[in-house]
Ligand binder design. Sequence first.
Ligand SMILES: Nc1ncnc2c1ncn2[C@@H]1O[C@H](COP(=O)(O)OP(=O)(O)OP(=O)(O)O)[C@@H](O)[C@H]1O
Ligand SMILES: C[C@@](O)(CCOP(=O)(O)OP(=O)(O)O)CC(=O)O
Length: 389
Amino acid sequence: MLSLAGGKRDNDLILPINSSLSVTLHQDQLKTTTTAAASQDFTEDRLWLNGEEADVGHPRLQACLREVRRLARKRRGSSTEDTAALSLSYKVHIATENNFPTAAGLASSAAGYACLVSTLARLYGVEGELSEVARRGSGSACRSMLGGFVQWQRGERPDGRDSIAQQVAPETHWPELRVLVLVVSGEKKQVGSTAGMQTSVDTSPLLKHRAEVVVPERLALMVRHIHERDFEGFGQLTMQDSNQFHATCLDTFPPIFYLNDISRQIIALAHRFNAHHGCTKVAYTFDAGPNAVIFMLADTVAEFMEVVRRSFPPTTNGDQFVRGLPVSSASLPEELIAAVVAEPVPGAVQYILHTKVWGWVEHGAGEPICLSSGLCMGPHPHPHPWGCA
Ligand SMILES: Nc1ncnc2c1ncn2[C@@H]1O[C@H](COP(=O)(O)OP(=O)(O)OP(=O)(O)O)[C@@H](O)[C@H]1O
Ligand SMILES: C[C@@](O)(CCOP(=O)(O)OP(=O)(O)O)CC(=O)O
């Protein structure tokens, strides 16, 4: 993730008012796992999210199911081989789990719908361009269908056929790039992204200006910084764009507040850290929630982690405070502590996840798949509510 976010010009087809760009994070640390089964014994489509049954009638979920089945029908219509397997009339049961907070501004809908569409596509034997289908679940999900640095093109067509994801650079392009996710709150946000963005589109003149003027310029610049692996430019623009996104939230009427006091303290800390070093060493971005995503190069991680630990010491979970990729220890020079670390706020950061950019090609698709109630393929990391062993 890394927003350059906007609103929607069509809420049904999920078409954005501007193009956007994101980074897909590594699935060893942050992931959604989705398992799907189809059977003639199932009487209805059902979905369990994080162990609890969710409303399968959700229009976005229905759109994804409908589109994957439509593509499967189309493919079978033109294929001569007998796909023996699955009747398209079978109902599906889907179990999905996020190993990170859901609906808390950490792009769970992006990961969730991207994984759902990939899993359904494998179940039904559909291949090819699927970002258009994932987009129908959640706009940001279309970007998450690809690894590395990904652009979601606004597109011009009213039917959305050209509003798809395109890789700007693979994850191998910038292997030193690291990400720390500072989880401030795992609570579900009060204003969901979809509703929030609609109110912004309806009421914020700043959002209109941003979509028409600012984002197109910034996007071109951001792509250049990424291609040149220019962290100074990339970092500055990332922070400026996150700040402008949250300015559009404040410009929305009634206003939306995603950032909280801790988010603002993290922002100030990052600026003090950069000022101390005299260059952009760390760059924050906040999605629709208070949790910080901080980019840096690998050689900054240990030092910045120590700064965060001193500023927001853990009160519980000391051993679980830092998760994900290993972090070596660093001792901080006295002048850095004096200049950067303010009065500690114990417990303000619940945990920190250390991760990097993900690339599909490197690892291949690994989603577990269950083809029918008695026949399962692939590993099953969590129990299926419908009891498929
Ligand atoms: N694994 C999943 N499978 C299917 N749907 C999911 C999954 N995870 C989340 N969702 C859907 O996405 C919704 C959360 O989306 P929302 O945009 O509010 O939050 P977010 O995506 O976590 O945050 P943001 O988009 O601001 O980064 C959930 O309520 C649920 O409907
Ligand atoms: C702030 C954002 O996370 C908003 C999420 O936007 P989506 O385009 O995913 O919204 P929906 O399609 O309504 O789910 C920024 C982003 O990821 O683009």
